[in-house]
Design a protein around this ligand. Sequence first.
Ligand code: BG6
Length: 289
Amino acid sequence: MSIQQTDTEVTLSIGDKASLTVLLYGATVTSWKKSSQEQLFLSQGAILNGTKAVRGGIPLVFPVFGKPTDHEATSKLPQHGFARTSTWQFLGKTNEVPGEKISVQFGLGPEDISDEAKSQWGFDFTLVYTVTLTLDSLTTSLNVENTDSRPWDFNVLFHTYFKIPEIDDVAVTGLTAVRVADKVLKSSYVEQTEKVTFNGEVDRVYASATQPVSIESKGTPVFHIERSAELKDVVVWNPWTEKAEGMADFQPKSAFHQMVCVECGSVAEWNKLNPGSQWTGFQTIKSLL
Ligand code: BG6
């Protein structure tokens, strides 16, 4: 059991059975290994030097998802907000069960974000991000606190890039009968299928999904995701050929075959947080591989 810290990242390990690396830039989980097997997709072109959001792992989306044009308070912010492009503080270890489990925390406040981000949003806040590694699971939990004297709105999302053997064989379950905003078809409908499969670009926001979500490969579940009631929305994304071509940091271009993003969050509606109030949402991903 150990924690190793450098200037740029923190690595947790439970012997040689499980490990996790978190980049301070974005508090981005860049690697999660179970029995030496990597569980997350990280693009070979991902930029890890703190100049661009990481293409892979688990970037944190806050306080805005996407780039909505109709919400004044967040309209100046870049896509997916500033949490993924700010350098977080490592707060240390919070829990440990030797040989079984280890938790650490990271924090972000106005003093950690750029002047540009401050001028684009301008509210006081505290984020505390807790990551917990066990032998077969990873829990990410975000606590959001409004330390301002004014109320503010936010979206939040764990933008998890799962590593999968082959997208043609993958299905996402648990989204049946959920209303979808489909960004590719530019339409909204209720999901009819029990298994969401992929044969082209998929970019969908499933709103108010209540069931746990699983990722299957060739009909066998490989990841199971449980989440707290606060994370009611699920985004499913695969860029496929054309979008992958358009992202300079997506390498190799064929790597969309080996990834799928299944992103738990609260993004379909704004969360309003009053001064002094807090909000917490978490997901637990179990690797069944
Ligand atoms: C997904 C969005 O969550 O993130 C997509 O639904 C977007 O629309 C994708 O393309 C990646 O975003 P970015 O900013 O990391 O390129």
